[in-house]
Design a binder for this molecule. Sequence first.
Ligand code: ADP
Ligand code: TRP
Length: 326
Amino acid sequence: MNILSGIQPTGRFHWGNYFGAIQQYVTLQDNTQAFYFIADYHALTTVRDPKVLADNVRNAAMDLLALGLDPAKAALFRQSDVPEVAELCWLLLTVTPQSLLEKCHAYKDKVAKGLPADAGLFTYPALMAADILIYDSDVVPVGVDQVQHVEVTRDMALRFNGYYGETVLRLPTHKVLDSTAKVPGTDREKMSKSYGNTIDIFESDKSLRKKIMSIKTDSLGVDDPKNPNDCAIYTLYQLFASPEQQAALAQRYRAGGMGYGEAKQALLDAALAYFGPARQKRAELEANPGIVDDVLKQGATRARAKARETLRRVRAACGLLASPIV
Ligand code: ADP
Ligand code: TRP
């Protein structure tokens, strides 16, 4: 079974990205053929500073490796190292009704937020479809917001196969990433880069403390009994602590006599302990940049071999035969 997913390098990864996606990518790399890529072509629809984009891509690769992606199990690569996807994107666009793209929520939402309505943003789902179809992916783990894009991918593949043959493109299915881990941010809303309420996985200790101390709470005093289930600090603590530790902290909330400052300190300690090994690994990777280069290169070689094979099949199916002189 082929598993594929991509993550956009639009900034540093935060706790929401980890519990909502990355942790599950790591679990899924066992017992399957997994392809994970850093979606830098897609990020170009929003990141227009070349240095920022390049830094984001590198940081994303280091973060993913430090968090447990294992290049011996999964291919980790840059989307743009496989330019064949851009060609498949074009071929798919030739069979895609404009109305199918117009229905996509992600595009409508981004335009509503004020992003310019570039054709790249509009045709974003076709590039995503090409990413998925070029690796003959069976299962695509995505957050709920991306499910529609996988459905659109199936529509495009069905239309393409309708013209050129039932077996040309393999139909993928989505697997919704467990969003019970809908991680709250420092303002108690969903943690998201676009809300500016994130706590990043690899923040410095100092900045981590500052962010945790800034988490919004109600205004109950130290002596008041508190409800852990109505508190972002406790929700976050549950991500890191054992069931026993969770029960102990919940008990202290209910008993009164504990201020939120103490709960925040417990969260800070738990988060540092949880991500300790990853932080250590990340520091090692940062000190040895060659390791990351090698991983990305090897990942791209594996991914590109598969992409070329699919593209040969697709080209042949639609009559784009290589000319004998090329
Ligand atoms: P952001 O909202 O910060 O821009 P992305 O949309 O790039 O994050 O999300 C990348 C992945 O992380 C997606 O699979 C998404 O479902 C997951 N994710 C992001 N934020 C959260 C969150 N607060 N809780 C759970 N999962 C999240
Ligand atoms: N659009 C996805 C997101 O923003 C990233 C992505 C690009 C992707 N291509 C993909 C995800 C292919 C899964 C499969 O989260």
